[in-house]
Design a binder for this molecule. Structure first.
Ligand SMILES: [Zn+2]
Length: 427
């Protein structure tokens, strides 16, 4: 990094749009009629809660497969009080194995998984609790549904949690949003998280070679910590919004959300390398948001040591000494769409979101960057908001909920012209 002091402020105005925005088609709105079908769940589900004893399997609808965090070591343990039921997955529909013990050890053995103390070996095992209301635990976390243990050629043993999307959401909402937030915000989070989950399933299953899982359990998909993050309030939000997803023209949207936008949200195509939908209204994902201005992330600054910056830039394929970091195009809210990295040899342009992820998404909190100052020992970056800035602003949703606004009003603010429909009702 050069010792030269660099102070760079954004000068582009709101009207100065990026090339990617200009490429977007003319504004298309769904007949001006914002159709929000408040298809709340049936009376049964409105009056009862999961804790009233609705059996796990009584919740119908699609199922999701969640890849749990990588398991370290050559073996792992699964626990369930009352015993475990194992089904070998080996293409020949092996006989279920009932194990009365509360704990079973699985080991990687060649290309297979073996069950210690039972002499059973198969490419994978599907494991559930013997008692229908019990959960299965691994590493101190317990999960609804079933766990599949399989041998991954390069990663040892891996575990996938298979369960109904509605139960998965019970473990997501409390992991992604504090349960003390207003119910309208929790409900909006549930609709958006459900949409994200179902889109992820659609995407995976349309791949030429679908993966054995649809989502991960961390922030690269949605945070999911099993039953440990369930609560009455978040369960209530899932039930009240049961089955609802966000659609536009009958097609599910991507269901993005973030912690706080810093004053304005951004378009999906500006942040992610998504294919530009010719029917997509450029304002669909863009909203002014005064609501999150009380956030502690309203303004932030971070110092990134020179060596850390060098590592991040190298991970992006640039193995040269960095001299300067400047903005490329920005969107209408001032969020950086790409960043220019000047070295002694040349000027590189890289997507700002990739740059952020290379540094660490909690290190560079957003790409709504206001200034960059390079010093010999590192780079100071100032900015606003926390997260990629697309879709629902969670702190904005909290403020709107505190002000008495409904789930529908919150969703329509951040997804202009969206329809909320039951997943099965889409045409
Ligand atoms: Zn906001």
């Amino acid at each position: 990094m050069t010792a030269r002091k660099r102070n760079m402020f954004l000068t582009k105005s709101w009207e100065t749009t990026s090339d990617s925005i200009r490429r977007l088609p003319p504004f298309v709105r769904v007949g001006g009629a914002i159709l929000f079908l408040a298809l709340i769940g049936s009376g049964l589900f409105r009056l009862r809660s999961f804790r009233d004893g609705i059996p796990v399997d009584a919740v119908s609808g699609p199922r999701i497969r969640v890849l749990l965090a990588k398991q370290e070591g050559p073996s792992l343990f699964l626990d369930a009080s009352g015993g475990l039921l194992l089904v070998p997955i080996d293409g020949s529909e092996g006989q279920p194995i009932s194990i009365a013990a509360d704990r079973v050890e699985f080991r990687a053995e060649g290309k297979h998984v073996s069950v210690e103390t039972f002499s059973a070996t198969a490419p994978a095992f599907r494991v559930s609790a013997m008692e229908p209301e019990e959960t299965v635990s691994i590493g101190g976390r317990s999960y609804r549904g079933k766990l599949v243990v399989y041998r991954e050629p390069t990663a040892g043993l891996q575990v996938v949690n298979e369960l109904a999307v509605e139960h998965y959401l019970r473990g997501v909402i409390g992991s992604e949003m504090p349960a003390r937030f207003p119910l309208a915000a929790l409900e909006a989070q549930a609709v958006v998280s459900r949409t994200y989950a179902l889109r992820s399933i659609e995407r995976n299953r349309s791949r030429n070679e679908p993966r054995a899982w649809d989502v991960t359990d961390d922030s690269s998909s949605q945070m999911y910590r099993g039953t440990g993050s369930e609560s009455l309030r978040t369960d209530d939000a899932v039930l009240k919004s049961q089955g609802q997803v966000l659609c536009r023209n009958g097609k599910m949207v991507d269901g993005f959300y973030h912690s706080s936008c810093g004053g304005t949200t951004s378009e999906e195509t500006a942040v992610f390398s998504a294919v530009i939908d010719p029917d997509l209204d450029p304002d669909f994902y863009r909203a002014e948001c005064a609501s999150c201005q009380e956030s502690t992330d309203r303004m932030w600054s971070v110092e990134i040591p020179t060596e850390r910056m060098r590592e991040a830039i190298r991970s992006l394929g640039i193995d040269e000494e960095v001299r300067e970091l400047i903005s490329g195009t920005v969107d209408r809210g001032g969020r950086w769409i790409d960043i220019q990295v000047r070295t002694d040899a040349q000027l590189y342009t890289i997507p700002a979101n990739r740059f952020r992820l290379a540094l660490g998404s909690s290190v560079l909190k957003s790409t709504l960057i206001e200034s960059v100052i390079a010093e010999p020992e590192g780079v100071w970056i100032k900015g606003r908001g926390f997260g990629h800035g697309v879709g629902l602003c969670q702190l904005g949703a909290r403020a709107m909920g505190d002000a008495g606004m409904s789930c529908q009003e919150i969703l329509l603010h951040y997804y202009a012209g969206a329809e909320a429909v039951r997943a099965g009702d889409r045409s």
